[in-house]
Design a binder for this molecule. Sequence first.
Ligand code: 5RP
Length: 222
Amino acid sequence: MSQDIRKERSAIEAFDLIKPNIQRDSVIGIGTGSTTNFFINLLNEAKLHIKGVVCSSITSESLIDNSYDIFSLNEVHAIDFYVDGADEYNDRKELIKGGGGALTREKILANSSNKFICIVDESKHTHLLGKNFPLPIEVIEIARSAISRELMKLGGKPIFRNGFTTDNGNQIIDIHNFPIEIPYDLEATINNIPGVVENGIFAKRKADIIVCATGDEIEIIN
Ligand code: 5RP
């Protein structure tokens, strides 16, 4: 079974999980990435009667069809369900996100949601976040070098994501070779460096539910 089929199965399972709980005033938060795109396809096909959606990126917003109203976060009271993928997850439902560069808006939406459902395939599982997948940091351009020096002091190898600008007009540094022992603490430490907009550790607001498609099965971590 290909990775894409597993991603799609995870999106279908998440859709089936939230569908019975949807109401006419529900707001669904939409993440960013190839797994989330499968969820967007299901949403578009279903033409649910809901208040509307809030998206974490310009790309995801462009994929929502015109059967849904699209709101900014400022226009809604809260997000009922936030559905998004991840680059890595551990057994405590802590994540690394931001491979697609949308981490800041994703974290804002996740934090404003009542239920954060993370949809992944088994390749995203790890016991130690950051060991294999580089940790993305969104930074203000003028602070890039200064931040990189601070990140090296923390033990990582920062690499500038050349030619990439976030939806917020900022830049991304990816920290390689950076196993993360205590995600909750490191998330706060990195965000304390001046010029850091946000980092891709989702530990303070971790996922509520991980829906993971393995070979033949779907694992749900509550
Ligand atoms: C984007 C993200 C994505 O959720 C993450 O990169 C996973 O992407 P995919 O579903 O394509 O594997 O954090 O910023």
